[in-house]
Design a protein around this ligand. Structure first.
Ligand code: NAP
Length: 339
């Protein structure tokens, strides 16, 4: 039997944490000991790993002795505070929050796109997972960029409530129940009612009028693609539980036909081409949920410019947008870098 690795899941009781545990199990990650960490509210709770009980412990600075890899999904503040302690104790942190993404000493990784930068984990002992919307867009665009050099991206997102975590999933189902029963919807998580509505605001507004989520897509895309590509984004929260959708328009340096784009995407890692409009076949969140591929369809030439394409890109935000991406990084780490 090969080496087993000691893993900590930070935020084990959350939407992403629970999915990370499931991904480790599903993918038969060679886990030795596993530690579940969360807030004091959850300490003592019993969860499972591969059918065996695991008690949730409170996250503390000394939680990481003997841990090889720490998978963080407990919010940016916890990542900022605790990743350095985990790294100091010898663990490599794979962080799902935005805390470290733009740090020049922290690699920002989508395994299908730029796994070579994982080697840079040595600088701080931290690897960042990109934003969920950025991950799926990168998986879809990388093969097209390699072929035709994308100059500009215009993206509009339709993001599921699970992207905000468990409390938002509860809020949408509760509001739907309240409204269908003729009662007013209680609004707690989002600035407005999300049931039967769309909110053109994800995260807070910056001084330029864009939201933080929109600017994350701009800056993270450039860091991952390693080029100053033009990106403009509008991010929208929609009343869907799981699965982010994106309308993506690209302008390329050279012509790329629909047929060529389809050929490239058919063979691209992590992509499933779902494009047969004659039969009403295109990507939808219901189909993307519960699996790890990024679904791409509705591919059309942008007839308003010389070299442009439109695409519709859908993925499971909790899996490929967070947990699966993190576990894929961990797999590369143990396969190539850790001893
Ligand atoms: P969530 O469902 O609200 O879960 C939050 C987790 O963080 C829970 O396990 C919670 O523990 C833990 N936590 C909160 N405060 C803590 C504290 N003071 N000390 C220790 N643990 C604490 O949220 P989520 O959706 O899983 O998101 C978690 C992180 O992943 C966020 O940084 C988010 O931005 C990022 N992310 C999420 C997605 C997504 O699609 N949801 C995608 C990419 C990245 P308790 O149960 O004890 O409160």
């Amino acid at each position: 039997m090969g080496k087993l690795w000691n893993i900590a899941v930070v935020g084990a009781t959350g939407a992403v944490g629970e999915q990370m545990i499931e991904c480790l199990e599903e993918r038969n990650f060679p886990v030795g000991n596993i530690k579940y960490l969360a807030s004091s509210r959850s300490a003592g709770q019993i969860l499972e790993f591969s059918g065996k009980p695991v008690m949730v412990e409170e996250l503390k600075h000394d939680s990481f002795e003997g841990i090889d890899i720490a998978l963080f999904s407990a919010g940016g503040d916890r990542s900022r505070e605790f990743c350095p302690s985990a790294a100091k104790a010898g663990a490599v942190c794979i962080d799902n929050s935005s805390a470290w993404r733009m740090d020049p000493d922290v690699p920002l990784v989508v395994p299908e796109v730029n796994s070579h930068v994982i080697a840079q984990y040595r600088k701080k002992g931290i690897i960042a997972n990109p934003n969920c919307s950025t991950i799926q867009m990168m998986v879809a665009l990388k093969p097209l960029h390699d072929y035709a050099a994308i100059k500009r991206i215009v993206v509009s997102t339709y993001q599921a409530v699970s992207g905000t975590g468990k409390k938002a999933i509860d809020e949408l189902s509760k509001q739907v129940g309240e409204l269908l029963n003729g009662r007013p919807a209680e609004v707690k998580v989002y600035p407005h009612q999300i049931a039967f509505n769309c909110l053109p605001q994800i995260d807070s507004f910056e001084s330029n009028g864009y939201t933080r989520e929109e600017m994350k897509m701009v800056f993270e895309t450039r860091k991952i693609m390693e080029t100053e590509i033009g990106v403009t984004a509008t991010t929208v929260r929609v009343p869907v539980f799981y699965g982010h959708s994106e309308s993506v328009n690209i302008e390329t340096g050279r012509k790329i036909t629909v047929a060529k784009a389809m050929e490239l995407l058919k063979n691209a890692p992590g992509v499933e081409l779902v494009d047969d409009v004659a039969n009403g076949v295109y990507p939808m969140p219901l189909d993307a949920t519960g699996q790890d591929l990024t679904l791409v369809g509705r591919i059309r030439e942008d007839e308003s410019i010389e070299n442009g394409l439109n695409l519709w890109v859908v993925a499971d935000n909790i899996r490929k947008g967070a947990a699966t991406n993190a576990v894929q990084i961990a797999e590369i780490l143990i396969g190539k870098y850790l001893k």
